[in-house]
Design a protein around this ligand. Structure first.
Ligand code: GLN
Length: 284
């Protein structure tokens, strides 16, 4: 059997030659090793176990030849330092969304009275990464997660269990399932926001759930729904925190001005300098 080092070198070159990410190969090797990056440096001249090698090569081919996202091969993605199970039924958590969580936590501190127990709804939760991370970071929050996909709700529930936290789950489109609960103080959402015709890489288009990606011809379908319905599920003061497409910030501001009265709107760029998040605040 070849050594870990050799296996890595050969397959990183294979990835590069095929226009793929060599870093993905390293992640797959760590997964199948199984090794932590430190263990790799200690053991790199040792021969890889045959079974692990065969399984690794199979996944390398799935990634390189069939564009299968490595998160699907490995079965999880790290988000905000926490491990989230992902399947083909949920959107793979993205870096940008960690920024939505950070800003939301900051605004929870600065906007709401400190002694108020706050109720958060994460609508269109997918893997649960937003709502469950908020709960992990601020245990006093009461968190409810919704998703239109039953399979996504199951994944999110499994993630809550694995993270050892309590959250409530409900199946249904966006805010629709919220009526059966007490009113909320915060709605947070990363709804599907790609335009239906948006060109996508095969790794996303062929493997991630379209129900979690596409938001109608202008990418705004779910924001319209959200603004039209949100207030009936919210207390005052409230905050609505959203991620959105890089080119829809202005349109979203307009939609808010048309639908919600007496609110303050704050828009933020992500670390790549793209307009990516909008926060709506209503004071009493
Ligand atoms: N950010 C995701 C992408 O670029 C889209 C996520 C979404 O639609 N909410 O693929």
């Amino acid at each position: 059997m070849p050594t870990f080092k050799k296996v890595l070198e050969v397959n990183e070159t294979y990835a590069i030659d095929n226009g793929k990410e060599p870093s993905a190969i390293k992640q797959l090797l760590m997964h199948h090793g199984p090794l932590t990056p430190t263990e790799y440096y200690l053991k790199k001249d040792e021969a890889m176990d045959e079974k692990a090698y065969t399984a690794f090569l199979k996944d390398v081919d799935e990634y390189i030849k069939h564009d299968v996202p490595i998160q699907h091969l490995i079965g999880h993605e790290v988000f905000y330092g926490y491990s989230f199970k992902v399947t083909k039924d949920v959107l793979i958590p993205r870096f940008e969304t960690e920024e939505l969580v950070t800003h939301t936590l900051d605004y929870i501190e600065s906007f709401f009275p400190h002694d108020k127990p706050l109720r958060v709804a994460d609508v269109g939760t997918g893997s649960g990464c937003i709502g469950l991370t908020l709960k992990k970071e601020r245990a006093s929050l009461s968190v409810t997660c919704t998703d239109v996909s039953k399979k996504a709700v199951t994944v999110a529930q499994e993630n809550a269990e694995a993270l050892g936290i309590h959250a409530t789950f409900a199946e249904g489109n966006m805010c629709e399932p919220l009526g059966e609960f007490d009113k909320f103080d915060i709605i947070v959402s990363n709804p599907p926001y790609l335009k239906d015709q948006e060109p996508l890489e095969a790794v996303v288009k062929n493997h991630e759930p379209h129900v979690a990606l596409f938001g109608g011809s202008d990418g705004l379908k779910y924001y319209r729904e959200l603004f039209e319905t949100a207030e009936s599920y919210l207390n005052t003061p409230y905050m609505i925190a959203m991620e959105h497409g890089f080119d829809t910030a202005k349109a979203i501001r307009k939609l808010i001005q048309k639908t919600l009265k007496d609110v303050t709107v704050v828009q933020k760029k992500d670390m790549q300098g793209k307009d990516r998040m909008t926060f709506v605040f209503k004071k009493p």
